[in-house]
Structures are given as C-alpha cells and as structure tokens.
Design a protein around this ligand. Sequence first.
Ligand code: F1P
Length: 342
Amino acid sequence: MDYTYQEILRQPDTWRETLHYLQEKESYCAQFLNEKHDNVIFTGCGSSYNLSLSASHLWQAGKQVPARGVPSSETFLFPQGVFLPQNHYLIFGISRSGETTETVKALQHFQDKFKGKTIGVSCEENSSLLKTADYQVALPFAREESVVMTQSFSSMLLSFLFLSCSPSKSASNLSSLPEILEKHLPAGEKAIKDLASDLSFDKFIFLGDGPYHGIAWEGSLKLKEMSVTSTETFHFLEFRHGPKSVVDEKTLIIALTSQKAFSWEKEVILEMIDLGATILHLGKSPLHSPRTTEITFPEETLDDFSLPVLYLPFLQLLGYYRAKNKGLNPDSPRHLTKVVKI
Ligand code: F1P
C-alpha cells in the first residue's frame, strides 16, 4: 500500500507522539513563550503557509496576542507590509524539511532587520531552518516519505494548538484527539472513498471560516497535488459574492463548518444545494440535507479550537482516493518534489 496512505492512517499514533514530546519540552517552550513580544508571525510555504493561517488564528484567539500567517517570501520581499520596526516579534518558521529556501531566508532576514526571537518548527532536527532559529521545535517522528504533507502538517498544527493553550485554555482536551480520530476514521474513510469514486465532478470548492480557513486551503492543496484537480477555496459567505456563479450539478463543495458560525454556514450550503451542488460536510452535527455526505464529530470535548485539526485526515484521504480513481500515484505527485529550493 502507498506510503502516503499509511502515513495518513497512522496520524492517531503520530499525534500521541507529538503530545508526549510537547509535554516533555514544556519548560523549554516556556522560554520562548516568555520572550518579550507584542506580535506573533507564523510563516511557511505551500502546505506550511496553509498551516500558518490556522495556527495564527488559533494563537490569537487562545493567547489574546496579535498573530498573523504570512507566506515566507512576503517577509523579505515586502517586509514593510509584515513588520513594524518598533515592535517586538516572535516569528515561527514552519517547514517540514527545514530546507525550503524562502522559509530559511525569512528567519535570517528577520534576525538581520527586526526585533524579536525566531523559532524553527520542523521534522528535520539538523536542518538549516533549525540551525538558523533561536529556538527549535523538532518533530522527527512526524517525518514522512510522501511528497505531499500529511502527518507532518497535522503534527505541527497540533504543536501550535498545545503551545497556544494558556491557564484559561487547557491543553488537556487535546489528549483525547488521537482516540477520537481513531474512532471516526473507518466510517469517514468509507464515506470519502465512495464519494471520491464519482469522477463526474469537475469543480471542487473548499469552504472554511476562522481557524478552518487554513484547513480548507490545505484540503484544497492536497486534492490538487495528489489528483491533479483544479480547486478553489473561500470563506463561506465570500463564496456568495460572485464565485457561486460556477455552481452546477458537477460541483462538489467541501464544507468545513464551525460551531461558532454554523447557522450562517448552513444557509450558504443549502443555497448551493439548490443550485445543484453535492456536499461533503465535515462538522459537529449533521445538516440532514439532500446530496450531502456527512462526517460529523459530536463529542462534547470538541470545539472550534480542536475540530480543525481533526478534519485534516479526511481531506487528505479525499485527495488520495481521487488520485487512485484517476489512475495516478499519490506517492509521486506530478511536477512536485519533496523540498522546494530556489
Ligand atoms: C512544504 C512543501 C509543501 C508542498 C510539497 C513540497 O515544504 O513546499 O508545501 O506541498 O509537499 O513541500 P516545507 O517547507 O514544509 O518543507
């Protein structure tokens, strides 16, 4: 079986290892968390940039400190739009390989020009990124053979969830995530496999708000990379402002609903069903709507803080199974390499 598939399925165990690692490193991480700062920047490329979008939202909500996700290239090409000279920053450089040119350069440029500390987050302990950073979070157990990021992405995001917790927002709820994922994977995988076998869809729209928006982008990228499929990503209500004109019977909308905005998001989904779309819905409770495949997580402990990471494996499986149904090899995505260096 493809190693991409194996790595998707082993995420419950990888998440257990991640949480154990973070508990062991808690006093080390407290050092950088206590560094003087009034803003936090998360930066990466591709999947790692998508990760920064969700991480920054969750961090600001959890820590009540301004946080922002930015593509690595923006930090040195247009720094004036990212940093202010008078501010003190924590900047997290996110990179599975730790060798992506832009992300290494992002930390080096920041260290030369601005005030604050740099933290490298990677699966490669001896990488250029971690050698450059003031502090290191290394997750070698989340390494993967697959070119596309799967367990590395979810483990690094889980790390940020853990680090963004505070006395008022306990990390204890995170410990149940591996078991909850394990419980939902069999039925969720079957639903995804069935849906992915329908090759009549020719438009794929990912919708996600708040902390789910970065996850929507990541699910969109997984489908694009593995199955060579054109995809689009929007916030729910934004989709109404023009892009919905493309919706028809060949449209699959992957709707990542939240707790906080569910009533708004449900209205958009029902409107798109009326326009002919089919829905893959990941959420806390079912929509009970026609032409809708449901993967729902009713567990009381889950909220908008912990649900986003839980949606990831199912989005990764959508990309995997559509690739297989198109006769493509998810382990060797077209045009892609595991590390992008300039
Ligand atoms: C991340 C990345 C992915 C892309 C592909 C190649 O690099 O560019 O975003 O989807 O998997 O690697 P990294 O900086 O996280 O190593």
